[in-house]
Design a protein around this ligand. Structure first.
Ligand SMILES: CC(=O)N[C@H]1[C@@H](OP(=O)(O)OP(=O)(O)OC[C@H]2O[C@@H](n3ccc(=O)[nH]c3=O)[C@H](O)[C@@H]2O)O[C@H](CO)[C@@H](O)[C@@H]1O
Ligand SMILES: C=C(OP(=O)(O)O)C(=O)O
Length: 421
């Protein structure tokens, strides 16, 4: 059997220094999908080099777009795109490939899309996407394993989402840009990545307003053109480094951040007792006192993000007192619990609630990244633990963190990637 890559960490070194945050995974993926609607060139800057971005490049090429990248710049030219069908193989490789649904339907009036499937954090159905696009005139036929979707020309519609789904809001916003008339999305997701998508769409000539609020209004236009856009910084990557500083008793500075986007994370970390100074363009994070256990419930933005729940749980395993963590977004996002227990964490699960009793210190172990943020949480645990930790299945981590090992090393961590053979 061929050994897979893993990450080895020798814990106990306080993180010190400055780290630059990369562009946001959850902003670049919908933006790349939206570029399919333009007949011109879309030039993107601050594009993180991630596995998910590589898969999205493959999806776009498969659809007939030209995609070229150089460092953190990416140029997408979908002028010659002709195909409106994504293979089941590509759909299975990345959940976010479902974001091409709205753009392809808007551009070609038809799509054949295989189910993206669930993933280890939950079943992740697409009913809200289907219902919203249905209101705009799309007809969905569910066949064996795929949707066949047709719409001569999408029509603007009034859509009230039952839940502020990020992906459904994005698919509907994108589709509405080339629809006839005005679309209103109520109970829309308000994440900063939705605002970034609005800015990108408007730079291509779309007419979208309201992103970041509950109601988004989109006036359809006939065509979208060339544009240039810079991706916002990744608030989840920033939050992960903040917890790294806290758990190792370190003192670091994060650059390329938008502090406003980090408010829900910073508020919670301040409650724990982590020192945080908003310096405008940068944020200083340092351990200033013993960390106190806090309770947490994940919520849509501006609530505390589910994508930071595993990392905060790692911090709670070594904080003073008992923390009650409720995961309200994904029904199965506690796979990291068993792995943290292997490192000596005291965690009890009751359905969607985890009860975490702080211990003085974790001890190193061989653990497995069961998903992207679970992997991040285990790396954080390893950075603070006694002795060595090996994190396996790190391909999950590569999906969403750019040069994570190099960045932690530059802050003084004893961490290395052991390539697979
Ligand atoms: C690429 C990207 O941006 N991914 C993010 C996006 O995922 P994603 O867009 O998939 O997340 P959603 O906001 O859509 O999902 C939130 C909840 O709504 C449910 N749901 C969603 C759609 C639907 O049609 N029906 C339905 O029931 C999901 O199963 C889940 O329980 O937002 C999540 C919630 O902040 C983040 O964790 C992901 O990192
Ligand atoms: C769940 C996540 O991403 P995705 O929606 O791409 O699976 C994540 O970023 O934590």
């Amino acid at each position: 059997m061929v050994a897979e890559s893993c990450i080895r960490i020798k814990g106990g070194t306080p993180l010190r220094g400055t780290v630059a945050i990369s562009g946001a995974k959850n902003a670049i993926l919908p933006i790349m999908a939206a570029a399919l609607m333009s007949k011109g060139r879309c030039e993107l800057q601050e594009v993180p080099q991630l596995q998910d971005v590589l898969v999205m490049c493959e999806v776009l090429r498969h659809l007939g777009a030209t995609v070229t990248s150089q460092g953190n710049s990416l140029v997408i030219d979908a002028g010659q795109a002709t195909t409106a069908e994504v293979s089941s193989d590509l759909m299975r490789r990345m959940r976010a490939s479902n974001l091409v649904l709205g753009p392809l339907l808007a551009r070609f009036g038809r799509v054949r899309l295989f189910h993206p499937g669930g993933c280890s954090i939950g079943s992740r159905p697409m009913d809200l996407h289907v219902k919203g696009l249905g209101k705009m005139g799309a007809v969905f036929e569910e066949r064996f394993g795929y949707y066949q979707v047709e719409a001569t020309r999408l029509q603007g519609a009034e859509i009230h989402l039952d839940f502020p789904s990020v992906g459904a809001t994005e698919n509907l916003m994108m589709a509405a840009c080339l629809a006839k008339g005005t679309t209103v999305i109520r109970n829309a997701a308000k994440e900063p990545e939705i605002v970034d998508l609005q800015n990108f769409l408007n730079s291509m000539g779309a007419k979208v307003r309201g992103a970041g609020l509950d109601v988004i209004r989109i006036e359809g236009v006939d065509e979208l053109h060339d544009c240039q856009h810079t991706i916002i910084p990744d608030r989840i990557e920033a939050g992960t480094f903040m917890i790294g500083a806290a758990m190792t008793g370190g003192d670091i500075r994060l650059t390329n951040v938008i502090p406003e986007h980090l408010e829900p994370i910073m508020a919670k970390l301040r409650e724990v007792g982590v020192g945080i100074i908003d310096e405008g363009d940068s944020i200083r994070v340092f351990a200033q006192q013993a960390h106190q256990a806090v309770n947490l419930k994940t919520m849509p933005y501006p609530g505390f993000p589910t994508d930071m729940q595993p990392q905060l749980m790692a911090l709670m395993t070594i904080s003073e007192g008992t923390s009650i963590i409720t995961e309200s977004i994904f029904e199965n996002r506690f796979k990291h619990v068993d792995e943290l227990r292997r490192m000596g964490a005291d965690i009890r699960l009751e359905g969607r609630v985890a009860i975490v009793k702080g211990v003085p210190r974790l001890s190193g172990a061989v653990v497995e990244a069961t998903d992207l943020r679970a992997g991040a949480a285990l790396i954080l645990a390893g950075l603070s633990a006694e002795n060595g930790t090996t994190v396996e299945k790190i391909f999950h981590v590569d999906r969403g963190y750019e040069r994570l090992v190099e960045k932690f090393s530059s802050l003084g961590a004893k961490i290395e990637r052991i390539p697979g053979g």
